[in-house]
Design a protein around this ligand. Structure first.
Ligand SMILES: C[S@@+](CC[C@H](N)C(=O)[O-])C[C@H]1O[C@@H](n2cnc3c(N)ncnc32)[C@H](O)[C@@H]1O
Length: 221
């Protein structure tokens, strides 16, 4: 199944079955590293639980996903809760981000940047760097190589697996994230833990980095 079709039917099912609007553990953790106010870009926002959490704390949030189903459900929920400081956009992260340079104070992506090839991930990280203000915060939660799901998945190539749900995911190590973000962001949090996600027996890597201004990028050895 095509990845986009997978997510459309995933969110259709979630809507039918009902869902709660509690923000993720990582959103609540990452929030303490955000500036006091400003503009957040959320990538792959799904039903928008974290979007609404940030908006309720006074940020203007550009909430994006490539699933219309997820965006519609999220928009509906925000309207019901009378949260107005959110703009919704259908964006496929594989494409260049349709935003100006240095437009955002924060770029946030929860459990979404582990679906792409090395090449595409590098391009996404560079584009996130471009749209962030100098000193802006990039916060993301990514699947870890320690995740037990890897044992139930089919290995396709180094670091890439087809999960039991039928989608291809990349599993990261702390060192790989460090290397791929080197020169773009200065990490302030980079660790792997089982306590980073609501799903039981799942291990994710938390990454929070500050944008290194262009021209002052020094790569580590
Ligand atoms: C695991 S869900 C996480 C959703 C949300 N961030 C959360 O934690 O509740 C992954 C999300 O990424 C979105 N997604 C996957 N690939 C994408 C792409 N290429 N462009 C935009 N969104 C994508 C899916 O539609 C889905 O909403």
């Amino acid at each position: 199944m095509d990845t986009k079709d997978f997510w459309e039917s995933w969110w259709t099912k979630a809507e039918d079955e009902g869902w709660d609007d509690t923000p993720s553990l990582f959103a609540q953790f990452a929030f303490s590293y955000f500036p006091k106010e400003g503009k957040i870009l959320e990538l792959g926002a799904g039903l928008g639980k974290d979007t609404r959490y940030f908006a309720q704390h006074g940020f203007f949030v550009v909430s994006t996903d490539f699933s219309d189903k997820a965006l519609d459900a999220s928009k509906w929920e925000s309207t019901m809760q009378k949260i107005m400081n959110i703009e919704y956009q259908n964006i496929d992260i594989k494409n260049p981000l349709p935003f100006k340079d240095e437009e955002f104070d924060v770029v946030y992506a929860h459990a979404v940047l582990h679906y792409f090839s090395h090449e595409t991930t590098d391009q996404i990280f560079k584009d996130i760097h471009r749209v962030l203000k100098n000193g802006g915060v990039f916060a993301t939660l990514l699947k870890s190589k320690e995740d037990p799901e890897i044992l139930k998945s089919l290995k396709l190539s180094e670091n890439f697996y087809q999960t039991p749900q039928g989608i291809v995911e990349r599993f990261f190590s702390v060192e790989e994230i460090q290397a791929e973000t080197d020169g773009l962001f200065k990490p302030v949090v980079l660790d792997a833990s089982e306590q980073t996600h609501e799903t039981e027996n799942a291990t994710f890597i938390r990454y929070i980095g500050l944008k290194i201004p262009q021209g002052s990028q020094v790569h580590s050895e």
